[in-house]
Design a protein around this ligand. Structure first.
Ligand code: FES
Length: 158
């Protein structure tokens, strides 16, 4: 009886370790920044701390986030579309899905403070992922994000 309980506890502990390992390898960024990031970005993986994705904006792939209006895309395995991270103000960043709320096409990185849907339907969003023009009636799906000491923390459900 005790051996069975011990084995179950051991299995749960081992399963938890495995889940963490799989999670940390399942998140891959893509190279979509305005200051074109190298393709090797997809091989570097993302840092995850306490369940949050962490981007150091001093690192090349994420440098577009140093400038207001800049943005990057992150590919996350299993997500229907990449997530977009933008620099909104000197102290504010935003993170949201790039899947358009009209018909599901992908939203492009910001140009002059506006993100355009690739569909050609005329959908546009602001730097916070709010619908501002065209057929989309709702905002892009948002994820809590904050900027702290040159690092962006994104609370994305991994
Ligand atoms: S799918 Fe984006 S505007 Fe239609």
């Amino acid at each position: 009886m005790n051996n069975g309980l011990h084995s179950r506890r051991r299995f749960i502990a081992d399963s938890t370790k495995l889940f963490v390992i799989v999670t940390s390898f399942s998140v891959l960024p893509c190279a979509c920044g305005k200051e074109q990031a190298p393709q090797s970005k997809t091989a570097t993986g993302l840092d995850v701390e306490n369940g949050e994705i962490v981007l150091n904006i001093n690192n090349l792939p994420y440098r577009p986030l140093k400038n207001i209006g800049g943005g990057v895309k992150l590919d996350i395995e299993g997500a229907p579309k990449p997530i977009i991270v933008t620099r909104v103000t000197g102290t504010e960043v935003a993170a949201f899905s790039s899947q358009c709320t009209h018909a599901g096409y992908e939203v492009l990185l910001p140009e002059n403070g506006v993100l355009i849907c690739e569909s050609g339907h005329g959908g546009e969003f602001d730097l916070r992922g709010n619908a501002i023009a065209g057929p989309p009636k709702s905002n892009l799906t948002k994820y809590p994000a904050r900027l702290d000491n040159n690092k962006v923390y994104i609370d994305y459900p991994l």
